[in-house]
Design a protein around this ligand. Structure first.
Ligand code: ATP
Length: 642
């Protein structure tokens, strides 16, 4: 929150140019991005826009450039600050937005509601309403800075009068909107920008614009090599320090080509966690990690918890998706205090742990389902019924020093040496350093017996054992007991379409079209139709969740076979929710398009055989879905076995 505060404080102090550029230029870029489906064209378009932002103020006015680039980047990702800062989410409800629209346009609420249900998009309704409205005076045009301030005011307003305050701010902005501005303003407020342009692509466009601009300033040649280097530097810095304001500042002040050396981990700011690749058998571990020394650890079934202790003595806990969970776990504060009491040398820390439900009486781990019954908000320590124990498996930062570029064996030493076991509250992941197949198999069984999902296998020495933020790495393998016979893991897939239910399922969707996410193109590639594993109650719930996300036609980013009735559903949805799916087998398909680039013939894709629904994966967003590359990799390792 502090960072954002600084942004707004800077705004009045530093800015010599209070005007900032017009919101209309940003909304017309949003419009272009929405219309265009090609990722490269979209990157070029956004890059051009970032150039305009950089050229808007005199070359020496770095502070305003930092402010402006920060605002525009956050508006593009549809947030008002980093994910780990709470209270900056928009996502206002339709009732409030329709009320504001009615007030500012003088239209009747029931009529607007009707139009909203026809269009399914509050932005379109707002744009149409504004264009029909006659005005006596042409209002002053909106600047990006005004929109930024307005949105921040809305996100931060709470208390008794907050509803009317929010409506007041929205009205003021809406009255000044022309053309597509109203559409994107309303969509931003609703938290559904729908510009078909993911964060990965935004980073590519932003880093390209900055490096080109800096090279131009230095009168140096712009080369592809330097553009790629800038992108790598920004991405690496972002994985360790996911805060655009700080990163843009470093990029502009120190030079984007030297960002990594000037950034790094910072306690209090969650880094993107390292992830693992699935394995289907113990013998496969030896193929993948050939010749390397490795360790096996229990794979606990709880919630990932990145525990931070900052210089000011504050503790923070972050989720797998960098969400701030500190308030959800007030019971961890005394645990950290006890760790500090045991070792008064501890000043700053970042630990990677799994937070697991714990039975204090039997002194045993409880299943994930129990953990998920814990309240998520306003948790008071005295009301907590489900106790948790932290199982630490890595240390990433200790007393001012980043450890991610040290071998795991060394990190572990540091972990064991500086932190101590606290019964039922804090301990280390159970491990076994062995390369004996029988011992590993036994250890796997023992992990399941001890209420774990299976094992994590990790490389111990050398560069290959460094902690790789945000990477799904070959140096971390997961071996899940439940999936040994299948493809090694469950898949998390995006629901992109629905089939109208028949018979007992009339009135709901009877089946769903699922897709994987192609991280390179930003496309959703269809992978299977699923209709098993759903209770009637669940189908009803899914209908309630999905109906409001229904769209008229497939999005340009959906890759599917329109000539096949199985692969083109009755209705399409915005990509919003993910299903975790269990699958027996992967197969090639002329109809489904997952991994279409893997085969390269432009037709064949990969499909799931006998998919079965397990649960809704509410902790992941569509871009976190199992990627087409991951599925192609699973397919190829399965093909190798045959
Ligand atoms: P899933 O949790 O469904 O397996 P994921 O995509 O969330 O998938 P993975 O990389 O597949 O994450 O698996 C690693 C997860 O396992 C970590 O995010 C962490 O929450 C959990 N975990 C449990 N025990 C360990 C351990 N000893 N080392 C690393 N991660 C562990």
């Amino acid at each position: 929150e502090q960072e954002i505060e600084t942004t707004s404080a800077n705004t009045s102090k530093v800015s010599t140019n209070d005007k900032s550029f017009m919101y209309s230029s940003l909304s017309s870029i949003f419009d272009e991005l929405e219309q265009e489906s090609g990722r490269l064209k979209n990157i070029a378009c956004a890059c051009q826009f970032f150039h305009e932002v950089l050229d808007f103020t005199p070359a020496t006015d770095t502070d305003t450039k930092i402010r402006d680039l920060t605002m525009v980047t956050y508006l593009m990702v549809n947030r008002l600050g980093p994910d780990y800062v709470p209270g900056l989410e928009l996502g206002l409800g339709e009732t409030l937005l329709l009320k504001a629209l009615a007030q500012s346009t003088g239209r009747e609420l029931p009529q607007l509601r009707k139009e909203y249900h026809v269009e399914g998009d509050i932005g379109v309704v707002a744009q149409k309403s504004r264009s029909k409205q006659r005005v006596m005076f042409k209002p002053k045009r909106l600047s990006v800075l005004e929109v930024w301030k307005g949105l921040n005011e809305i996100a931060k307003s709470e208390g008794t009068n907050s509803q009317s305050k929010k409506i007041g701010v929205i009205n003021k902005m809406l009255t000044a909107c022309e053309g597509t501005e109203a559409k994107f303003l309303m969509r931003s407020l609703e938290g559904k920008l729908r510009i078909n342009f993911g964060e990965k692509s935004i980073i590519v466009a932003l880093s390209k614009a900055i490096v080109e601009w800096q090279l131009q300033q230095q009168k140096k040649a712009i080369t592809t090599e330097l553009i790629v280097k800038a992108e790598e530097q920004f991405k690496e810095a972002f994985c360790q320090l996911p805060n655009y304001e700080i990163l843009i500042k470093i990029a502009l002040q120190e030079g984007i080509l030297h960002m990594v050396e000037h950034s790094g981990l910072s306690p209090g700011i969650p880094l993107k966690p390292m992830l693992a690749k699935p394995t289907k058998s113990v013998s496969e571990i030896f193929d993948t990690l050939e010749g390397k020394r490795f360790t096996c650890e229990y794979k606990y079934d709880g919630e990932r918890a990145q525990l931070h202790l900052s210089e000011d003595g504050k503790m923070h806990v972050y989720s797998r998706n960098s969400e701030n969970m500190t308030e959800r776990y007030p019971d961890l504060i005394p645990v950290v205090n006890e760790l500090k009491a045991q070792n008064p040398n501890i000043k700053t820390l970042i630990l990677d742990c799994e937070c697991v439900a714990w039975d204090n009486e039997t002194k045993k781990i409880l299943p994930f389902q129990i953990l998920s019954t814990r309240k998520r908000k306003d948790v008071q320590e005295k009301d907590i019924k489900v106790k948790v124990c932290l199982f630490a498996f890595d240390i990433l930062y200790y007393n001012g020093e980043s450890l991610i570029h040290k071998p795991l064996a060394e990190r572990r030493e540091c972990l064991y040496h500086n932190l101590k076991h606290i019964e039922g509250k804090f301990t280390f992941a159970t491990k076994m350093d062995t390369d004996n197949v029988e011992q590993i198999t036994k250890f796997l069984d023992q992990s399941v017996h001890d209420a774990c999902e299976g094992l994590m296998i990790k490389t111990l020495d050398g560069k290959e054992s460094y902690y790789e933020p945000s990477k799904r790495s070959r140096n971390w393998l997961k071996l899940k007991k439940d999936y040994l016979e299948g493809v090694g893991d469950s898949l998390d897939l995006v629901v992109v379409g629905g089939y109208i239910g028949k018979g007992k399922r009339t009135g709901w969707y009877g089946g769903f079209l699922l897709a994987s996410y192609n991280q390179d193109t930003g496309d959703y590639e269809t992978v299977c139709k699923i209709g098993t594993g759903f209770s009637e109650e669940l189908l009803q719930k899914l209908h309630d969740i999905l109906k409001p996300t229904q769209i008229e036609k497939a999005k340009p980013s959906y890759v599917y076979d329109s000539s096949n009735s199985n692969a083109s559903p009755d209705v399409w949805f915005e990509p919003t929710i993910l299903f975790e799916v269990k699958v027996a087998d992967l197969t090639t398909s002329p109809v489904y398009k997952c991994g279409i680039t893997y085969f390269g013939d432009g037709e064949k894709g990969i499909s799931l055989r006998f998919p079965r629904f397990i649960q809704i994966r509410s902790d992941k967003s569509p871009e976190d879905a199992t990627s087409s590359d991951q599925i192609a990799e699973m397919y190829s390792s399965q093909a190798n076995l045959q």
